[in-house]
Ligand binder design. Structure first.
Ligand code: ATP
Ligand code: AMO
Length: 432
C-alpha cells in the first residue's frame, strides 16, 4: 500500500478516482447500516462513508470495529457529495488497521473536550495532533525557512558552535552546570563568544539557529529553560547595520508567512499585519519617560521591569527598537558610545511589551574589552581563549540574537511561550 494523497488534496472534481489515504480516526459515528468516519492526517480531514450495501462484508466489519485514534489506511473511490464536509468523501474498497489505539484517550485530539495546559503538555504527542497546534509548528517551520533564506540572500554562512562550554556569556546566574570528565562545564546560554571568534576567523557574516540553555528559576509565560536562538554576527558593520538585517529578517518572514501559510494562519485565526521598515526607534531616555508617565517608577540606569515593559506595550504598537542603552546594564562585549561612554551601542527589538531580540555593536579592541570584563566584576582569565581572538586582527563587528519561540509568540499570537515549542523545558518540566 502506498499513500496517494493527503486528505486536503482530495476534491469533488476527483469524483470516481481511486485514492489511498492514511491517518488517524478523528471521530466515528456508527449507525445501523452506515458508518461515518472522519480521517485525519497532517494536512486535514476527510469523511470516509461506509454503507453496508455498497462495501464488502469484510470492509463493513472493519468499519464497525474502528475506534478513535486508530491508525488506518483506506483505499477507496472519491465521491463528490455536497453534504460531506469539504464537498467530497471516500467510499472504501479496502481498509487496513495499522495500529489500534487504547481507550480511554488521555486527551481528546478532536478538540471537543478542552484540556488544561499541563494535561496537554503531559500528552504532547496527542496534543500535537490537533490541527490548531500542528498549524503553529508548520508556521514555525516556514518562519525558520524564511529566516534562513534572508540570511543566505544577505551573504551569511550557517555555522554550528559548541553547546558544551566553559564560561558564561550573559551573566553568571543562569547557567546549567554539568561535569565534563574532571572539569566543570556548562550548557551554552548563547553562541555569543563563538560567533565573535568567527569574525576573527574572517567568516565575515555568520548565522546559527540552535538551542540555548538558561537556568531561569521562575516560571513565566515568556521564559523557557531550553529555547532556540536565531543568532547572527557580521564584520565591518555597526549596530545600525545589524538592526537593518534584523528588520529584513522580520519583514521578510511576515511576507513569506502571508504567502505560504494562508491555511495555517486561518486555522490559527491570525491576521498578520505586514509592518513596513524601518521600525520605530525609541531611545532608552524616551523609554524612561514613557514608563514614568504611565505611572511605573523607573530610574535612569535600571533595566526595564516587567511592569515597565507592560507600560511601554500600552504605548507602542507593533515592532520597535530600543536604542542608546546605559552601558552598565548591557553585557561586557557591548561597545560603549564614543561620544557618551555612559551609553552603548546595544539595541533590543520589542513587539509591544515583549522583548524578542537583543544585539549590539561589539567591543572589538582588546584592551577596552579586558577593561569591560573587569568593570563587570568578571575575571578576564576565564575568557582567555575568547580574548585571544582579539589580539591578532579582529574587525569591528555587530550582531544579535532573536528568540525563535518569542518570535513565534508574536507571529502566532500566543500568550504562553510553551505553546511555541514542541516539548517545553520549564522549571517543573523535564518530560516528555
Ligand atoms: P535578556 O536576557 O536580554 O534580559 P530576556 O527577554 O530574558 O532577555 P529579561 O531581562 O531576562 O529579558 O526579562 C525581561 C523582564 O522579565 C525583566 O523585567 C525581568 O525582571 C523579568 N524576568 C526575567 N527573568 C524572569 C524570571 N525568570 N521570572 C520572572 N521575571 C523575570
Ligand atoms: P539575550 O540574552 O537577550 O541576548 O537573548 C536573546 C534573545 O533570546 C531569547 N531568549 C529567550 N527565549 C525564551 N526563553 C528564555 N529563557 C530566553 N532567554 C533569551 C529572547 C532574547 O531577546 N548574546 C546576546 C545576543 C546578541 O547580542 O547577539 C543574547 O543572548 O528573545
Amino acid at each position: 500500500w502506498r499513500r496517494t494523497h493527503y486528505t486536503d488534496e482530495i476534491k469533488g472534481e476527483m469524483d470516481g478516482e481511486e485514492v489511498t489515504v492514511m491517518g488517524w480516526i478523528n471521530s466515528i459515528r456508527k449507525l445501523g447500516k452506515l458508518v461515518f468516519v472522519i480521517l485525519r492526517d497532517r494536512e486535514g480531514m476527510i469523511q470516509i462513508v461506509i454503507p453496508k450495501q455498497k462495501v464488502s462484508e469484510e470492509v463493513f466489519k472493519i468499519g464497525k470495529s474502528l475506534g478513535r485514534e486508530d491508525v488506518v489506511a483506506v483505499k477507496g473511490k472519491v465521491v463528490a457529495n455536497e453534504k460531506a464536509p469539504g464537498g467530497c468523501e471516500i467510499v472504501p474498497m479496502e481498509i487496513k488497521v495499522l495500529s489500534k489505539a487504547h481507550s480511554p484517550l488521555p486527551l481528546d485530539p478532536s478538540e471537543k473536550v478542552p484540556a488544561d495546559l499541563d494535561t496537554r503538555l503531559d500528552n504532547r504527542f496527542l496534543d500535537l495532533r490537533r490541527p490548531k497546534i500542528t498549524a503553529l509548528f508548520k508556521v514555525k517551520s516556514e518562519m525558520l525557512k524564511s529566516v534562513r533564506n534572508t540570511f543566505y540572500d544577505e551573504g551569511f554562512i550557517e555555522v554550528n558552535t559548541p553547546k558544551l562550554v566553559a564560561s558564561a556569556t550573559e551573566g553568571g546566574t543562569e547557567l546549567f552546570p554539568l561535569s565534563y570528565f574532571e572539569k566543570e562545564a556548562f550548557l551554552s546560554q548563547s553562541p555569543q563568544l563563538y560567533k565573535q571568534m568567527l569574525m576573527a576567523a574572517g567568516f565575515d557574516r555568520v548565522f546559527e539557529i540552535g538551542p540555548i540553555f538558561r537556568a531561569e528559576e521562575h516560571n513565566t509565560r515568556r521564559h523557557l529553560n531550553e529555547a532556540v536562538s536565531i543568532d547572527c554576527e557580521m564584520s565591518f558593520a555597526d549596530d545600525r547595520d545589524a538592526m537593518e538585517i534584523l528588520e529584513k529578517v522580520v519583514h521578510n518572514t511576515l511576507l513569506h508567512l502571508k504567502d505560504h501559510c494562508k491555511k495555517e494562519l486561518e486555522i490559527l485565526d491570525v491576521d498578520l499585519k505586514i509592518q513596513d521598515t524601518p521600525f520605530p526607534r525609541l531611545t532608552y531616555d524616551e523609554v524612561v519617560d514613557i514608563v514614568n508617565t504611565k505611572g511605573v517608577d523607573m530610574e535612569w540606569g535600571e533595566d526595564l521591569s516587567r511592569a515597565g515593559e507592560k507600560a511601554l506595550g500600552e504605548y507602542m504598537e507593533g515592532f520597535y527598537f530600543i536604542i542608546n542603552w546605559p552601558r552598565d546594564i548591557r553585557p561586557f562585549y557591548t561597545l560603549p558610545k564614543e561620544e557618551d561612554p555612559k551609553l552603548c551601542k546595544a539595541f533590543d527589538l520589542m513587539y509591544r511589551d515583549l522583548e524578542i531580540a537583543s544585539g549590539a555593536q561589539r567591543n572589538h579592541i582588546y584592551d577596552l574589552l579586558v577593561d569591560s570584563i573587569k568593570r563587570m566584576g568578571l575575571n578576564p582569565e576565564s575568557f582567555e581563549s575568547y580574548l585571544q581572538a582579539f589580539k591578532y586582527g579582529m574587525p569591528p563587528h555587530a550582531g544579535w540574537g532573536l528568540g525563535a519561540e518569542r518570535f513565534m509568540m508574536v507571529l502566532g499570537r500566543q500568550k504562553n511561550i510553551r505553546e511555541c515549542i514542541l516539548f517545553p523545558r520549564d522549571r517543573h518540566r523535564l518530560t516528555p
